[in-house]
Design a protein around this ligand. Structure first.
Ligand code: SF4
Ligand code: SF4
Length: 201
């Protein structure tokens, strides 16, 4: 697996080096295998429990859920959300980050905020991915699996918000939790992104 060199500033950054950069304490500009494995660790239990619920009904419901997941995280989310992320501006045809690693970059990089339509598609996609297995648990009366699914999904959401969204460089994402003063610091080093936001706002 390939990741960006953590000593070299990202494509949008005007700095000559990352050493001593105050932004690096608060915003994750580079990613490594540990970041990706951490994401897999918190997302895999959802796949396992949700997949068991769908499989209890049949193979087809499971395949449909897998199709929804791949369509959303591999393509739709990349278009509506990730194409606004500074990481998307890097060279190469696929993402090398901590969540959607390997997703193809089929669209152009579009710095600046997400549109209302993109926000609607983003949340509708999340609802489809995480809501899809719920009906199967209820139909099959799998109450233990339902409780387990809600638990691992809640754990995923809390961990994501607490440790990833709080330092993610994609300020366009509606889940982003980076505080305004830190955004200003990041934009000072990435002026082209600031300009894109100022043009859109
Ligand atoms: S803002 Fe630029 S210099 Fe600072 S850590 Fe990120 S890429 Fe490196
Ligand atoms: S928004 Fe997150 S998942 Fe998408 S490219 Fe940026 S870091 Fe990766």
């Amino acid at each position: 697996m390939k990741f960006l060199d953590s000593s070299v500033p990202i494509a949008t950054c005007d700095a000559t080096g990352c050493e001593g950069c105050k932004v690096s304490n608060s915003v994750q500009c580079h990613f490594g295998p540990g970041d990706l494995y951490h994401f897999y660790l918190i997302f895999f239990p959802i796949l396992l429990v949700g997949g068991a619920g769908a499989l209890a009904i049949g193979v087809v419901p499971l395949l449909i859920w897998i199709g929804i997941i791949i369509s959303f995280f591999g393509f739709i989310e990349i278009r509506v959300m990730c194409s606004h992320c500074p990481h998307y501006a890097e060279e190469g045809s696929t993402l090398q980050c901590w969540a959607n690693y390997g997703a193809p970059k089929l669209w152009k990089y579009r710095p600046g905020p997400m549109s209302t339509g993109e926000n609607v598609v983003f949340f509708a996609g999340l609802a489809a991915v995480f809501g899809y297995p719920l009906g199967f648990f209820i139909t099959a009366g799998s109450w233990f699996l339902l409780a387990a699914y809600l638990l691992v999904t809640a754990a995923f959401a809390v961990t994501l918000k607490r440790f990833l969204c709080s330092q993610c460089m994609n300020f366009a994402c509606p889940l982003n939790g980076v505080p305004e003063p830190v955004r200003q610091l990041f934009w000072a080093r990435n002026p082209s992104i600031r300009e894109a936001w100022e043009t859109e706002e």
